[in-house]
Design a protein around this ligand. Sequence first.
Ligand code: ZN
Length: 305
Amino acid sequence: MSTLLFVGLSMPSHASDAATIPLSARIAMLTEQLDSGGLRTQPDSDLQSLPALRIQIQRCDAYPYHDPTVTPSGAPQLVEDLRSGLETGLRCLAGQGPMGRLHPYHEYQAHRLLTLLENDRPKTLHCVADQMFATAIATSPGGTDFDDPLVRQLSLVEHPGILLDTYRLGGILSRKHDDETYRAFFHLEESEIQEHRNGQPLRPANLHRYKKRPALLFHETVHWLGHQHSAIYPDLTHLYETCCFGGSDYIDDEARNKDYQQTACAILRDDEIWSQSYKPYKQMRLWHLKGYDRLKPRMRSDYDS
Ligand SMILES: [Zn+2]
C-alpha cells in the first residue's frame, strides 16, 4: 500500500532526483524554505502563503492561543512552529536525532513525508476559533468517512490540510456551553458568564494550554501519510510524537515523560514488528502480544489535565 502511494506521487523537476539526495540534505533544504520571511499576504484577504513550499495559511492571525497578550503570533509563528516540528520529527525518523537510529521503515516514512512536502500540491493550514473539540485535525489521503464527527470541519480544507482551533490550543473556555454548564462545571458567577459571552473569553486554570506546538504540527503532518489513530494497530503518530518530542504535552512530570519517550523509541526500533509493516494482520497480533498496545492507555492515565 505504502509502496503504491510512493510510486503514485508526482515529483517536481527540482526534486526529480530526490531519491538520490540524502535525507539529511532534503531536511536541511526544507527547513531553510520554511522561513516566515518568505510569507506573502494576499491583498484584501486573510490568506498568507509561503510560495516556496506551496503552503497556504488561512485565518491564523489568532494563532496560537487566541490570546492577544501572547506574542509572537499569527502566520509567522505558525511557520516557525511547523519548521521546528518538521526539523525535529524528520531528523528523528531518519535516525539522526538525539534518540539515535530507529527501524528503516521510519526512515522511509520520513522520505514519504518529504516527498509530499516537496511536491507542487498546495498544503493548507486553516485556523478556526471555538469550532472543534480537538486542538488540531488533519486530512487523510483516503478522504474522510461520512460518519466521522469531524467531517464538517475537515471539509474546510483540501488534502493535505490541517485545521487548528485557537480556543482549544489556548485552553480558552468554549463560548458554546449553556449557562447551567458554566455554573455547575466551571463555577462561574452570573457576571462572569456575561463577560465570557460578550467580552474577553475566560481561560480557566483546569483547561490545558498546549505547549509543544511543533510536536503537535508534526503529529498532524504524519496523518497526511494515511497513518490513523488506533487501539489495535501500531499508532505511528502517537509513537513518533512520544519518541521524537519527549513524551506528552499533557504530562508535566519530566521523569515520566522520559520513561515514555524511551519506551516509544524502543518500540520504533523493534525489527520484528516493523518488518511486518506490509502484513497488517500479523503486525496487529504482534503489537498486542508484545504488550505495545498498553503504552497509550498507560500514558493517558498519567495525564495531568
Ligand atoms: Zn492525531
